[in-house]
Design a protein around this ligand. Structure first.
Ligand code: NAD
Length: 481
């Protein structure tokens, strides 16, 4: 049965003013599963206006009361975790177990952000003048728009709405056209907890139709975007029309460096997991591997053994599988083209290498040896279950190869030698470095790409600060009573 979800504008569920809709497909079965409103620019304006009108009163609420709403939303999410996880899994193909982790993490994230309500602070600065106080306030920016990708669709709503709302901003969320329905469930929870109307709004539609309005509307104070580099550039260009602040979380091409003294079992396990989780469609996961020549053969053998054991299929047909399909045919064909190009340029397929000949967008778990940095597979995001491996001899060579990339999101190092790890940490040009562990960030950390991976960041106190602006007040007073 095809489900029909609505948008959520000014506290009401709403179709598009155009009455148009679009279809959402299950990537495991290629069947149409949902139909959702296809927003127009007018719909976006309605949502932004609602957010703008709601913002002053919302900001006047004590922060702890704003935080209480976030706790209520978190509780509402936990109560409907199974339904939300199934929706995520159906529309973008991740396993039910990973979708469940995502949903619970989202609830925990909102609780975490709610707890900042009593903790974020201004300052009082010493003045050079007698009878003057310099007060530094931390205030809401106003209306935030949040534009999302499909790979962690539910969590990313909270990563934007959590810090935005607790600091007194209001928000308009636009999920990816691939995965809008979990966001409709989020809106339903928001509605049921009685969040004041206009504080949280949801519009569903295509980025090339409504993205510019979301990024450039003069009532918007900040556009918080997560997605590809190319779209990030468009968002930034649009935002520049009205000097709107941008927060950009873009793509990555994380190197994993395996040194000769590494625990090879740990490294192989972490790197395989990194390529399998979410079918390899994760911005922070290891996308290219550099292994020291002396341990290359031993490491490759372990990698093959673990990758061979990976099971895949329709998450609903078998809840025990390791990996679902890729999100859509475009993603599948991109992985195929990158693998074919790598082979044409001298890469050697050690495992897999093909599109799976069955319904759904599946690519075989794949390992490519003899990769090098001139190949497209080592330079652009694969976003699939493919591990390309290159070899190095010296530490300096590993550092040069790892940094030879326009992205700067995450990186990982495998070594048991602290001195070597510290040398790598000091020279790697990435916003995040994982040492001897899987690629996964903590909510109290700071997830922020360097170079073309973004501007600003998310999570922790520094992520919260992105949603605040500073007002300095010079308060002068007399001596008279
Ligand atoms: P995408 O750039 O294709 O789309 C992202 C969003 O932008 C969608 O909602 C889309 O509708 C919208 N959009 C499209 N055109 C637009 C325009 N002209 N103006 C405004 N919005 C527009 O990305 P995707 O395929 O959905 O997501 C995958 C990408 O996201 C990968 O590059 C991945 O690395 C990145 N990502 C980054 C992070 C991070 O934290 N850095 C996290 C998750 C995903």
């Amino acid at each position: 049965m095809i489900k029909h979800y609505q948008m959520y504008i000014n506290g009401e569920f709403s179709p598009s003013v155009s009455n148009r809709t679009f279809a959402v497909y299950n990537p495991a079965t290629e069947q149409m599963i949902f139909e959702v409103p296809r927003a127009t620019i007018e719909d976006v304006k309605r949502a932004i206006t609602a957010a703008d009108q709601a913002q002053p009163d919302w900001e006047q609420l004590p922060a702890v009361e704003r935080g209480r709403y976030l706790h209520l939303i978190a509780d509402g999410i936990r109560a409907r975790a199974a339904e939300i996880a199934e929706t995520i899994s159906l529309e973008m193909g991740k396993t039910l177990s990973l979708a469940t982790v995502e949903v619970n993490f989202t609830a925990d994230y909102l609780d975490y952000m709610a707890e900042w309500a009593r903790r974020y602070e201004g300052e009082i600065i010493q003045s050079d003048r007698r009878n003057e106080h310099i007060l530094l306030y931390k205030k809401a920016i106003g209306v935030v728009t949040g534009i999302l990708p499909w790979n962690f669709p539910f969590f990313l709503i909270a990563r934007k709405a959590g810090p935005a709302l607790v600091t007194g901003n209001t928000i308009v969320i636009k999920p990816s056209e691939e995965s809008p329905n979990n966001a409709a469930l989020f809106a339903d929870i928001v509605h049921k907890v009685g969040l004041p109307k206009g504080v949280f709004n949801l519009v569903t539609g295509f980025g090339d139709e409504i993205g510019e309005e979301l990024s450039a509307n003069e009532k918007v104070g900040m556009v918080s975007f997560t997605g590809s580099q190319l779209t990030g550039q468009k968002v930034m260009a649009a935002a520049s029309q009205n000097i709107i602040k941008v927060n950009l979380e873009l793509g990555g091409k994380a190197p994993a460096i395996v040194l000769a003294d590494a625990d090879l079992d740990l490294a192989a396990e972490a790197i395989v997991n990194s390529r399998i989780i979410n079918s390899g469609q994760v911005c922070n996961c290891a996308e290219r591997v550099y292994v020291q020549r002396s341990v290359k053969a031993a490491f490759l053998a372990k990698l093959v053994e673990k990758m061979q054991a990976v099971s895949y299929g329709d998450p609903f047909a078998n809840s025990a599988i390791d990996m679902g399909p890729l999100v859509n045919q475009k993603g599948l064909l991109k992985v195929k083209a990158l693998v074919e190009n790598a082979v044409a340029e001298g890469g050697q397929i050690v495992l897999g290498g093909n599109v799976v000949d069955q319904t759904g967008y599946y690519f075989e778990p794949t390992i490519i040896d003899n990769a090098n940095n001139t190949m497209a597979i080592m330079r652009s995001e694969i976003f699939g279950p493919v591990i390309p491996i290159a070899t190095f001899d010296t530490l300096d060579e590993a550092i040069t190869l790892a940094n030879d990339c326009e992205y700067g999101l995450t990186s990982s190092i495998y070594t048991q030698n602290l001195n070597l790890a510290m040398k790598l940490i000091s020279r790697l040009k990435f916003g995040e470095t994982y040492v001897n562990r899987e690629n996964f960030e903590a909510m109290q950390g700071y997830h922020a790409g360097w170079r073309k991976s973004g501007i600003g960041g998310a999570d922790g106190k520094h992520g919260l600060a992105e949603y605040l602006q500073t007002q300095v007040v010079y308060l002068q007073f007399g001596d008279e009573l």
